[in-house]
Design a protein around this ligand. Sequence first.
Ligand code: FMN
Length: 414
Amino acid sequence: MDEARFVTHLSGKRIVLGVTGSIAAYKAVSVLRTLRCAGASVSVVMTKAATKFVTPLTFEVLSGERVVTDLFDAHEPMAHLMIPERADVMLVAPATANFLARAALGLADDVLTTMLLSVRCPIIVAPAMDGDMWTHPSVVQHVQTLRSRGVVVLDPEVGPLASGQIAQGRLSEEPKIVAAVDSVLASRCDWQNEVVLVSAGPTQESIDPVRFLSNRSSGKMGYAIAAAAKARGAEVILVSGPSSLSLEPGITTVRVNTAAEMADALCRHFSTCTVLIMAAAVSDFRPKQSFVQKVKKQGKTDMVLELEATPDILAMLSARRTSQIMVGFAAETEHMVSHATDKLNAKGLDLIVANDVTQTGGGFGSDDNAAIILSARGEQRDLGLMSKRRLADEILTAVHELCRVRPCQKVSVE
Ligand SMILES: Cc1cc2nc3c(=O)[nH]c(=O)nc-3n(C[C@H](O)[C@H](O)[C@H](O)COP(=O)(O)O)c2cc1C
C-alpha cells in the first residue's frame, strides 16, 4: 500500500490500538506496522483472549512500547487513564462480539473497556466475527448503540471466514482501517490553516552569574497547548523559557531565558502567526543591575535588590497586531474572575484563561489545571480541574468557538 498517503495526518499522532480475542488478531500486527511506518506512535492494549492468539511480545517489539494487558499491572497501575489521555485516536481492531457488547454497555471489567470510558478522542472499531454472530440481533443492537454515541464502526467485509462460511464478518482490510484512522485525524485537523505562536515556561532574570529571579512555572501548560495545536494540524512556534520538558517533534522551538529575550522572540514571529497564546509566566520585574561577578556576602546582614519592570510583551504585540487572535493567561491566587477580566480588557485580549494557582491538584508544576475561560464578548466557561493536555484542547476549541476563527469540522467516515 501507499504509506506516503497517510503521512500528513498520521505523522506524530498517538494511537491506542486495542486488540481483542478474534482469529483475525494477527492482522492487527500489519495495521500496527503501517501506522508506525506513517509516523504514528502506537500503544497496544490487548484483552486476555487476544493474548491467546498473538503474543504481546510481537506487538511490544513492533510498537517499541510496553503492551498493556492487565488493569491491575503493578508497573503501570494508572495506564487505563494515562494512555487514553494522550491519544489522538483509539482504534480497536479486531473487535469481538464480546467486546462490542461490553463497550455498548459501558462495562469496565478489563483494561481495554476501562480505557474506552476514559478516552476523549475519537474511537474507531473494526469488528470481526462469524457471519451468524454479526447478524445476531444482540450484536446489531450493540453496533447501533456504539454508532449513536459517535463511535466509528467499520462494517466487516463479506468473504470466506475461519468457520468455512462465506458471509459478512471478515475484518476490514488493513488499508481501509488505516484510511479510517487517517480520515478521522484529518477531520480533527480544525487548526490546519493556523500558525500558532505559543509562549511557555518561566523567565529567569539574572542577578549575577550564579543567581536569578524566576517563578514556579514548569512550562507544562504551554507545551501542552503547543502539542495539542500541532496534533490538530496547526503550524506551531513555541517560545520557551527555561524548562526541563522535552520538545515535540515538528514544533519550531525558540529557547529564551529572560523576559526581554522572550519579548524579542515573540515580536520576531508575531507577524507570521494567526493566533497568539501567551502561557508563559513572564517575570514582571528584573534586577535593575545584573552583577558581572558573583555577589559576595562579605559580612552583610541584608541586601537591597532594586527591581525594574520588564517589557510589557502584550502591549508590544498589540501595537504590531493586524488580525491575530490574542489569548492570554492569568495565574491568580485570589479574585480570579475579576483580576482576569481586568487583564483581558487592559491588554485587549480576545480570550483569557484564568487559573487559580493555589488550588490543590492544579497550578504550577502539576499535570492538571483548573481554569475558567473568559472572552472579550463576556462569555465565561468554568472548566474545572482537568489534565493540562485536555485543557489545551478545550482552549483551542474555545478559541474557534468564541472567536469564530472558523467553524469546527465534523468527523465523518463512510
Ligand atoms: C479459535 C477462536 C476464534 C475466535 N474468533 C472470534 C472472532 O473472530 N470474533 C469474535 O467475536 N469472537 C471470536 N472468538 C470468541 C472470543 O475469543 C471470545 O468471545 C472471547 O471471550 C473474547 O474476549 P475479548 O472480547 O475480551 O477479547 C473466537 C474464539 C476462538 C476459540
